[in-house]
Design a protein around this ligand. Structure first.
Ligand SMILES: Cc1cc2nc3c(=O)[nH]c(=O)nc-3n(C[C@H](O)[C@H](O)[C@H](O)COP(=O)(O)O)c2cc1C
Length: 181
C-alpha cells in the first residue's frame, strides 16, 4: 500500500469481527513498533499483548461508559497496551536533556502510529485509546514503578468502516518563517 494512501485511509475502528489475527500479520505489527524512531534510539516502549477475555474485561472497566471505544476493548481478539520505561527517553546521564522532561509519550506515540498504519496496510483495524484510568490499567497489568501505561488499541478485522472526521486546511496550521504569520 502506498504510504499516503495508508496515512489518509487509516480510520479509527470501534467495531471488530471476532476473527483471529494471523501470526505473520501480528509479527509484522511488532516489527513496525520495533523500527520506530526514538530519542537517541532509546526504544523506551514496552508492549503488553492481551488476548485473555478475562483480562480484556478488566481493561474495559478502566474506560468510562461514555468512551466510544469501550466495546471494542472486549470485542476485538487482541488489545495492545503500549507502555513506556520512565527516565530513558530525553535523558542524558540521568538528567532531563530538555525542558520537556521525559519524551516517552512522544516515542510511544510514534510507535503507536507505526503500529496503526501497518495494521491498516494489512487490512486490520485499530483505534488509539488514551482516555482511561491509567493507574487502574497499570495495576491490572502489573506495570512496575519504572514504567507507565500510555495508550492501548484493540486490534482485529474491522466489522464496519470508520467515518472520516474532517481535517483542518493546511493553511490553518502551516506558517512560514514565524509562528502564525
Ligand atoms: C492520543 C489519542 C487518544 C485517543 N483516545 C481515544 C479514546 O479514548 N477513545 C476513542 O474512541 N478514540 C480515541 N482516539 C481516536 C480519535 O478520536 C481519532 O483518532 C480522531 O477522531 C480522528 O479519527 P481517525 O483516527 O479515524 O482519523 C484517540 C486518538 C489519539 C491520537
Amino acid at each position: 500500500m502506498d504510504l499516503m494512501e495508508a496515512i489518509k485511509g487509516r480510520r479509527s475502528i470501534r467495531k471488530y469481527k471476532p476473527d483471529p489475527i494471523p501470526e505473520e500479520a501480528f509479527r509484522t505489527l511488532i516489527e513496525a513498533v520495533r523500527w520506530a524512531p526514538s530519542w537517541a534510539n532509546t526504544q523506551c516502549w514496552e508492549v503488553v499483548v492481551v488476548k485473555d477475555p478475562k483480562v480484556k474485561s478488566e481493561l474495559a472497566t478502566a474506560l468510562t461508559k461514555t468512551n466510544p471505544a469501550l466495546l471494542s476493548i472486549t470485542d476485538a481478539p487482541i488489545v495492545i497496551v503500549l507502555c513506556g520505561k520512565k527516565g530513558v527517553s530525553g535523558f542524558k546521564k540521568g538528567e532531563a536533556a530538555t525542558v520537556k522532561g521525559d519524551w516517552l509519550m512522544f516515542d510511544t506515540g510514534i510507535a503507536m502510529q507505526n503500529l496503526c498504519l501497518t495494521a491498516h496496510s494489512l487490512g486490520l483495524g485499530t483505534v488509539v485509546v488514551g482516555m482511561f484510568d491509567h493507574k487502574k490499567v497499570e495495576e491490572i497489568l502489573g506495570v512496575p514503578e519504572n514504567a507507565e501505561v500510555v495508550a492501548m488499541t484493540p486490534l482485529g478485522y474491522p466489522a464496519t468502516e470508520g467515518v472520516t472526521p474532517k481535517r483542518k486546511e493546511t493553511s490553518d496550521f502551516v506558517f512560514y518563517e514565524k509562528f502564525r504569520s
